[in-house]
Ligand binder design. Sequence first.
Ligand SMILES: N=C(N)NCCC[C@H](NC(=O)CCC(=O)O)C(=O)O
Length: 447
Amino acid sequence: MEPPAVGRWTGQMGARGTMVEINFDGLIGPSHNYAGLSFGNVASATNAGAVAAPRAAALQGLAKMRRMMALGLRQGLLLPHDRPHAPWLRALGFDGDDEAVFAAAWREEPALLRNAFSASAMWTANAGTVSPGPDTADGRCHLSVANLSTMLHRGIEAQETARQLRLAFRNERFFAVHDAVPAGLGDEGAANFMRLCPRHDAAGVEVFVYGERHEGGFPARQSRAASAAVARRHGLDPTRVLLARQSEAAIAAGAFHNDVVAVANEHVLFAHEQAFEDRGAVLDALHAAMPGLIVVEAPANRIGLEQAVRTYLFNSQLITLPSGEMTLVLPAETRDAPEVWRWLEEVVAGPGPIDRLEVVEVRESMRNGGGPACLRLRVAVDEAAAAAIDPRFLLDERVCDDVEAVVARHWPEAIHPDDLGDPDLWRQCRVARTALLDRLGFSAGEV
Ligand SMILES: N=C(N)NCCC[C@H](NC(=O)CCC(=O)O)C(=O)O
């Protein structure tokens, strides 16, 4: 079938200069389930074994994408990966046709089948790290695929992510897509990355946040060496790169990525007081590198780290609307917590840069530790680069209608932990993904 027609920009990019940010959300896949795979991610551990609702989950994600478009932002999507993933299980010694592979894995090593089943590619903040053109030596937008090598189930994603990013951003005049840095040096992509800049079209300061491993504690998933490697590969000016260490307290409280305790947009950093290990030095370095920086910080005596992790207050999307208003797109869980909501109302009422609060409902993803910001990868582009993106990865209302129809028809309504061994579910997940690719105009084998 014909690829869907997608509206392109005409004329001005808006009041905020010549570049805009496109958010590429991961469509929540048909195999979404709660397998408790992520040690250090409190929600994933707490909800292990619960019954998941993949159809509702995907519809919640799509409703968020529609909300962003209604706010005047450009929206893209990345596709769910092929799950359960037979090639990975085959590499682990299970053989026969795909169903024989799944059956043997379920019988002999059910934990491996659970890993191969995860819909974790939905959290595209972990797909890769993106340095927009104004920050790079060659003026192109550089994207590095994340290896996600700390968690077994997430390490499966890199290959397909690379294929999708190479397809979406294949025009080498505007984009350079790099493979993942070698596994072993953990890299979790944009979830541990923040860009501060006067406006999207000005050179920015890129902040890479890494963790350090501690015996017996939760894993620190982002290594300093991987962050530095990504910065080098992207051709960033070393004087405009900051490697900041995530606080041990934040990791211990369940902030397995920096985006659970901090988010940046243009000249604003919105963070918890305990986000960074050496808070004073990090903020001093940022102020020095980025005159005009405004830091909106939640004091620990108002919002505890546990509360921040439970509500995902900082896993909000901080966005600039075409009008120039800065808006926080928050998970509904923040509104359910009176202390958090009261503080947010004070932030908006005060003289600071954040003008509006918008609440979105992504509870199915939240129960696996993925808030609004986890679900999206930001790519700032100018008009020419935007026009070079494969339009099948861009959304408008009509494409949303199409995707919703496929989800409504094919996505399972519920997945119970024992269902992972059910051949009908294996088939349904694959049929569902194929129907989506078909509807969006991707041919078999393209992704
Ligand atoms: N913070 C950002 N940017 N992303 C959130 C990722 C959540 C994901 N959860 C999971 O993978 C849970 C899957 C399970 O347990 O079944 C993770 O821990 O890697």
